[in-house]
Design a protein around this ligand. Structure first.
Ligand code: HEC
Length: 276
C-alpha cells in the first residue's frame, strides 16, 4: 500500500503525467456547467441554487484551466522540441488551451450578471453567459482532441521517448519519420497524378499496380520494379528518368519535371518509405 502511494507520488513528479492528471477535470466541468445554467434559466428567481452552481463551476473552471495550461507548458518544455506534425499539434493545442481560462472567466461574470436587479440586463447577460459556456464546451473539446491525438497517436509525453528507432517498419503506422512526410508531400502526389491512371488495381498496365507498397514489390510483367535503397536498379526510377531506352514513363502526358524525377530518386535511395 505504501509502495503504491509512493509510486503514485513518483509519477506526479513527471510533468507529462501531472498534466494528464489535471486535464480531465476542466474538460468535465466545461461540459457539465451548462446544465445548472440552463436549469437556472428555467427556474428563474424561484430557485437560485443552480445559478450559484453554474457561477461556481465557471469560476473553478477558470482557475483549473489556468493551472492546466501552466502544467501543459511544463509538459511540453519537458518533451523538448518535437518535429513536424507533432510540433504543429503541440503549438495548436497550447494556443487553444491558453484561452480556456479567459472564456471561463467571461462565462462566470456573465452568468453572475444574471443576478442583477434590472430584468432586461440580467436576461441578456444570462443568455450571453450560456452562449459563452456552450462555445467554451466546443472549444475545450477541440483543444482536448488535439491533446489526445498527441498522446494517443504520437505518444507525446508518454514514458517511451519518441525516437526514429521506435518507428515500426509497418508502412501504415503513423510516424514522425521525415522520409514519410517527404513521401506524402513530394512523391505520392506524382504517383497518383501521373502513374495511377494506368497502374492501379483495376487497371494494371504492364501488370503493375503502383497503389500500395505490397503491389509495387510484386512488380510488373517483367519482374521487380523497385529496390528500396537503390534508385539506379529500380525501373520505377529509370523509366521516368530517361535512363532506360526501352521503357519511358509516364506513357502519356509528357515526361515528369526534373524536380519530380529527383523526388522519386531521393525517395527510393532513402529506402522507399511508404505510408498513408
Ligand atoms: C497512359 C498509361 C500509363 C501511365 C500514365 C504510366 N504508365 Fe507505366 N506502363 C504503361 C504500360 C502500357 C506499360 C507496359 C509496358 C509498355 O507497354 O511499354 C507500363 C509499364 C510500366 C513499368 C514496367 C512494368 C513491367 O514490369 O513491365 C513501369 C516500372 C512503369 N510502367 C512505371 C510507371 C510510372 C512510375 C509511371 C508514372 C510516373 C507510369 N508508369 C505511368 C502505361 C502507363
Amino acid at each position: 500500500m505504501q509502495h503504491l502511494l509512493s509510486d503514485m507520488l513518483q509519477m506526479l513528479n513527471d510533468p507529462s503525467t501531472r498534466h494528464a492528471a489535471f486535464v480531465h477535470l476542466p474538460i468535465a466541468l466545461a461540459l457539465l456547467a451548462p446544465i445548472p445554467l440552463i436549469a437556472s434559466m428555467i427556474l428563474g428567481d424561484k430557485n437560485r441554487a443552480p445559478r450559484y452552481a453554474a457561477i461556481g463551476a465557471y469560476a473553478l473552471l477558470a482557475i483549473l484551466a489556468y493551472v492546466t495550461a501552466v502544467s501543459g507548458e511544463a509538459a511540453s518544455d519537458h518533451m523538448g522540441p518535437a518535429p513536424g506534425v507533432v510540433g504543429a499539434l503541440v503549438h495548436d493545442h497550447e494556443e487553444m488551451a491558453e484561452k480556456v481560462w479567459m472564456f471561463a472567466l467571461g462565462a462566470c461574470v456573465l452568468v453572475a450578471g444574471g443576478l442583477l436587479k434590472k430584468k432586461g440586463v440580467a436576461a441578456t447577460s444570462t443568455w450571453l453567459g450560456l452562449a459563452t459556456g456552450l462555445f467554451l464546451a466546443l472549444w475545450i473539446a477541440a483543444a482536448a482532441h488535439k491533446g489526445g491525438m498527441l498522446v494517443y497517436e504520437y505518444g507525446a509525453g508518454t514514458p517511451k521517448p519518441m525516437t526514429e528507432k521506435d518507428i515500426s517498419p509497418d508502412p501504415s503506422a503513423v510516424s514522425i519519420d521525415p522520409r514519410l512526410d517527404f513521401f506524402l508531400s513530394d512523391v505520392r502526389p506524382v504517383l497518383v497524378d501521373r502513374c495511377m491512371g494506368c497502374h492501379r488495381a483495376d487497371k494494371a498496365r504492364g501488370g503493375l499496380d503502383l497503389s500500395s507498397m505490397a503491389t509495387i514489390l510484386d512488380g510488373g510483367d517483367d519482374g521487380p520494379v523497385l529496390t528500396p535503397g537503390n534508385a539506379m536498379t529500380s525501373v520505377i526510377y529509370t523509366s521516368v528518368a530517361g535512363i532506360d531506352p526501352e521503357l519511358q514513363m509516364p506513357k502519356r502526358g509528357g515526361p515528369l519535371t526534373d524536380a519530380q524525377i529527383e523526388a522519386i530518386r531521393r525517395w527510393i535511395d532513402e529506402g522507399a518509405v511508404w505510408g498513408e
